[in-house]
Design a binder for this molecule. Sequence first.
Ligand SMILES: [Zn+2]
Length: 70
Amino acid sequence: MGAPMASARTACPQCHGSGVVDLMDLLYSPQVDYLRCSSCGCWWTVPKNTDGPATRCSFGTPANPKTAGA
Ligand SMILES: [Zn+2]
């Protein structure tokens, strides 16, 4: 269709929000880039030089029933 696909770098894999924050300056890895969603607060990684797949991080994720499934 020619429409740009939402990549794991521009859309949150959890809530599909577009408020994705690049954490490359905070968390450096030679193999992946770290990203965080400013809407739901979840974290994930994306392999270098790719747009996905996103891998959710389990650390630092607060249990927040208000945002679950939002
Ligand atoms: Zn999100």
